[in-house]
Design a protein around this ligand. Structure first.
Ligand code: AMP
Ligand code: MG
Length: 344
């Protein structure tokens, strides 16, 4: 199959919508990461997503809608909290888990009786959804296990010849996947940190439980509420090791161990500390959204076969840094050292 490259002109968005309507696969730009989209109501089309990505079948997809009013079309119950969250954060990087209506096939929800729904903050993609007249089921548009895609070029790299088209909407603004909040229990529960920081959810909801999957390592056979959280994720071919501690202590620690095949992934402010080691910066420590926006692109840049080990610096604190930290820790398989405590 030849993968068409589409732009965001009216004509090309209509073409993308036609492809979705006729059961095809189209990569769509969103503010978080690129999505690999298909008609979320068509099980045959949705199956193709799992095949193209090599995605395990028990990993449900998120339904993308163009308007909060569509919540009722696909969710059996829409609590008042869902409406408040939609009002505050949609269109935007927030996915809500709600009881699913029968119209949504089991292939989309991986057999769960709930569904993840989100209204993305991207005009082109919302227009495609509207023109197609169906919700678009879409996971991130990367080969399963690899870092998510944040440019059309990344998508082409992973999906060329496997999907019908890619809509190039430029680089993604947030760069990490949506925040997922489960609204089916007595207390809202954060299943995955993302573009909306947990503090903002808590401020609006009053109470928010944090799922174990957000902070800790999950065993492969564990029963988890967000099935995607248990898989190895966002991982380049090289081994990633997070080096914690002050900038200076970390640089000293890395310099003592740096060997051929090693690479440094750091904050832009730290570049001078790694002079001579060809460091890669993924954003500014003082600008959290630059870190989330740059993380996956940087991991992909370092995924070239020559790099065997990556020493990575990880942001602390709240907001979108919670998501950046979560993705980086997963790409590192939770391997972390503290340069200030480590033996000299
Ligand atoms: P991706 O779009 O690749 O980030 O994958 C979507 C993720 O959303 C999945 O890996 C799940 O963790 C989560 N998700 C989607 N639907 C549900 C659901 N009904 N219940 C819990 N988590 C879900
Ligand atoms: Mg993904």
């Amino acid at each position: 199959m030849t993968t068409q490259l589409l732009s965001t002109t009216e004509h090309d968005l209509e073409r993308a919508a036609e492809l979705i309507k006729s059961g095809g696969l189209v990569a769509i730009p969103t503010e978080t990461v690129y999505g690999l989209g298909a008609n979320g109501l068509d099980p045959e089309a949705v199956k193709k997503i799992f095949l193209a990505k090599g995605r395990p079948q028990d990993n449900p997809l998120i339904l993308h809608i163009h308007d909060a009013a569509q919540l009722h079309d696909f969710c059996r119950e829409v609590p008042e909290t869902a409406l408040r969250l939609a009002e505050a954060f949609w269109p935007g990087p927030l996915t809500m888990i709600l009881p699913v209506r029968e119209i949504v096939p089991k292939t989309t929800t991986a057999g769960l009786d709930t569904v993840g729904v989100r209204c993305p903050d991207n005009d082109a993609t919302r227009k495609i959804i509207r023109l197609a007249g169906v919700p678009i089921a879409a996971p991130s548009a990367n080969t399963s296990g690899k870092p998510s895609t944040t440019t059309a070029a990344h998508v082409l790299h992973d999906m060329d010849g496997k999907i019908d088209a890619i809509v190039d909407g430029g680089p993604c603004r947030v760069g990490v996947e949506s925040t997922i909040v489960d609204l089916t229990g007595p207390v809202p529960r954060l299943l995955r940190p993302g573009g909306i920081g947990p503090e903002r959810l808590e401020a609006l909801l009053g109470a928010l439980e944090i799922d174990r999957a957000v902070t800790g390592e999950i065993a492969r056979d564990a029963v988890v509420r967000a099935p995607g959280m248990k898989y190895k994720h966002y991982a380049p071919a090289a081994e990633v090791l997070i080096v914690e501690g002050s900038s200076e202590a970390a640089a000293r620690w890395v310099r003592e161990r740096f060997a051929p095949g090693d690479a440094v992934l750091c904050f832009r402010e730290e570049l001078p500390l790694y002079e001579g080691l060809n460091p890669t910066a993924y954003g500014l420590e003082t600008d959290p959204i630059s870190l989330s926006a740059g993380l996956f692109a940087a991991l992909r840049r370092l995924d070239d076969g020559a790099v065997k080990r990556i020493f990575a610096r990880c942001p602390t604190g709240g907001g979108v840094n919670v998501a950046t930290r979560n993705r980086l820790r997963k790409s590192a398989g939770f391997r972390t050292v503290n340069a200030e405590e480590a033996a000299p």
